[in-house]
Design a protein around this ligand. Sequence first.
Ligand SMILES: Nc1ncnc2c1ncn2[C@@H]1O[C@H](COP(=O)(O)OP(=O)(O)OP(=O)(O)O)[C@@H](O)[C@H]1O
Ligand SMILES: [Mg+2]
Length: 295
Amino acid sequence: MAYDVTESDQFMERLVEKASILIEALPYIKKFRGKEVLIKYGGAAMGNEDIRMNVLHDLVFMSYVGIKPILIHGGGPNITERLKKEGIASKFVDGLRVTDKKTISLVSDTLADLNKSIVHDINQLGARAIGLSGFDNEILNVKKVEAKEDIGYVGEVVAVNLLPLKELTEFNIIPVVYPLGIDEKGEMYNVNADEAAAKIAAAMQVQKLMILSNVRGILRDPEDPKSLISSLHVDEVETLIKNKVISGGMIPKIRACIAALQGDVKKAHIIDGRIKHSLLLEIFTDQGIGTEIIL
Ligand SMILES: Nc1ncnc2c1ncn2[C@@H]1O[C@H](COP(=O)(O)OP(=O)(O)OP(=O)(O)O)[C@@H](O)[C@H]1O
Ligand SMILES: [Mg+2]
């Protein structure tokens, strides 16, 4: 059989290219190895099975190259669906879910179920993960949020108990946290996952906060994915909120990024979880995707 030089050269080239890609990641692996990064995974980007497995795969990869990811997840759409089944309509004030006694118990059940399945999937993919509740494990100490109207059992994080997280990351176990909080009286509160992520990021002094959602990042025109703001200075934020460019669930996200940066987290990004390997792209390349918030 004739030996096709061209074909074999092309094959070799592809292999070399693959190896080069690995080498290109080396400076980033050096930079982040042994360090913690915090990933907030939004419910809105968790619904699709392919997206979810992609995100978790990236997380497992990070863990294998020695980076210590901490995952905190929301569960908006699942919670809304669960409440609907019980005949409860969802209501939001500035992106925060109005939460009465019955709602908090359904929120807790839904988040616990989601948490279990995320932990299961990560373990199946070969990394080690353990699920934690901000309430049961007393990670998120909260007080009731004072909003323009009473929004019930919605807590604002006043202190973070790092011990359960540190104990896990020390042994390269990925903590997977769901955002319930505990107040002074031992009462359970719903906490916005973005806020919880920011508070944990600052308390842990992680290298990076990455908030994954179901949008390209912050858009100047929410209808136009091409209007992505790739880097946004904190000074611009309040005007964008006032002009309703940033609204709903994006408000706690942007506030979370600012709080984390003010708490000395070096970088904060809002990233599209629907893009394949968005986490790896954000960590292992210079380009960065989504919106970076700058102080
Ligand atoms: N300027 C903006 N750019 C992009 N998205 C925006 C903007 N303003 C508001 N949004 C809305 O913010 C939403 C993202 O927040 P949302 O709370 O729905 O998701 P999540 O936080 O990822 O999920 P969960 O709350 O379940 O954890 C987007 O789907 C979009 O509708
Ligand atoms: Mg949200």
